[in-house]
Design a protein around this ligand. Sequence first.
Ligand code: ZN
Length: 237
Amino acid sequence: MIRVTVWNEYVHEREYEGIRKVYPKGIHGCIAEFLETNEDIRVQCVTLDMPNQGLSEELLRDTDVLIWWSHARQEEITDENVRLVQEHVFAGMGLIALHSAHFSKVMKTLLGTTMTLSWRDGDREKLWCTAPWHPIAKDVPACIDILQEEMYGEFFDIPKPDDVIFTGWFAGGEVFRSGCTFTRGYGKIFYFQPGHEEYPIYHMPEIQKIITNAVRWAMPLRRLQAVPECRHITGTE
Ligand code: ZN
């Protein structure tokens, strides 16, 4: 059983009626619903407004893969919580950061760069698979048309990815490393650009397939039992 936790900021879906219509159960609700159609995946959801911002040592111990969506209130995440997520990634927990979560404190801390990019509202994207041999690309079409998406463009200030699995092309001419993998400690990280909250992108079967593949890929093969151990990584399990 793969234990997934979806952490969602859950602000836009409650503030804007148009976005609530796209995601009546929140972005986390949509992601949980399609992941749970897989018998071997169990999902729990937490949101920013919950006690301790939805995070705890117990929760992350019970999490193989953490999915993170955030945008408007990224700066509110406490340094304590950033450290908690970071240590669990070092110990082996998988992390999937979606869309604007590139700029979350968790991602900036783990990857160590500014994570800045160029940006424009309202465009159309063709998402090309640039690593068809990768497990995250399994049974995914060579090109996916996303009829409405926010433009994220280069230069994207990230460290050199292990693999660039998807490259986005936008009708305005920009390109973007839209699906990138990294490793930190024992943990695997996947950043995936599609998913602006105004458009029904997480309802698309191809996008759901990619996120499901990413969950299976990010599932830890080895995980340190005690998080403090990873402060002095010794290989003790
Ligand atoms: Zn957006």
